[in-house]
Design a protein around this ligand. Sequence first.
Ligand code: NAG
Ligand code: NAG
Length: 308
Amino acid sequence: WPFFIPCSWVLLCQRCPSSIRRRVASTKFRNTFLESVPVLQWAPHARPEEYQRLQGHGGAYGWQDVAWDSLTLLNTLANGHMFDAHPGTADGNPSCIRCAVVGNGGILNGSRAGAAIDQHHYVFRVNGALTTGFEQDVGNRTSFYVFSTNTMMNSLHSYASAGFHQLPQTPETRYIFLPDHDRDYLLLRAALTHRPVDKGPDNGPLQQMAPFLPSPDGRFLRSSILDTPQWWLYRPSTGAVMLLAALHTCDEVSAYGFITPDYRAYSDHYFDGTHKDVRFYANHDLQLEMKLWQRLWKSRLITLYTRD
Ligand SMILES: *[C@@H]1O[C@H](CO)[C@@H](O)[C@H](O)[C@H]1NC(C)=O
Ligand SMILES: *[C@@H]1O[C@H](CO)[C@@H](O)[C@H](O)[C@H]1NC(C)=O
């Protein structure tokens, strides 16, 4: 990989001695965590041999059915890295980058965690990332909005009544795009060429985005669903992909609004008008995700927001 610098070599790690990358070596995740996986995928990764390799994998895991010309469009340097100068600091990044990763769980309703969330260097949000009217509980900053076409469109549709009418758009907001189907690449192409989507059901409001290379979650969230006839349906939830992307890029990660063992005590989302039970869909494995968040927390690789 052209942009991979091993942690043990350098500077990068001396910058923040307490970084997740350092700490992971002494946890049971040391063999799961691949330092060498590039978290964002952009123009340099669109190489013929890589195209051939990833064409063997469908859905979120590869480039099956994806046109070559869609892949070469991510050609600005900004698509290649997550963190650069941001409003929080005068001179770019601080020594240890602290990230708040905010899921949409009902556990955040009444949490008053908003100020703590906003005090991180970067705030990650996903899908129906409503902040207006919920600032006290979830904060108001969005540094990164994470979505796939499907989850974004579903969120705009399903959460409109709660007030979610547009994607977060602030000067610091950037989009992290989890491409899943050819539909995603059509949207990507339209956004990057500033043209309408030429086929399919979507139109493209997006200006800047960086597709996420999802290989790490294949290692962290290998569900037993993959051993059943429904294997082809399965992928980690978009929230899980977001949290794992942060785990691979931030020095410290605080997770808010992610599923916890007492999930039955809370509504599905913090913005629900009336209580809705958390729903489990066949395409995700939320029980496995819940266990992973507990294990990462016990290994002190993340902090997980709970109500006790
Ligand atoms: C968030 O709230 C703070 C404090 O009220 C305000 O200064 C800031 O402009 C808000 N930011 C956004 C993105 O709304
Ligand atoms: C959110 O919390 C308030 C205060 O505890 C409660 O009255 C309300 O029912 C909760 N909303 C949902 C959707 O559970």
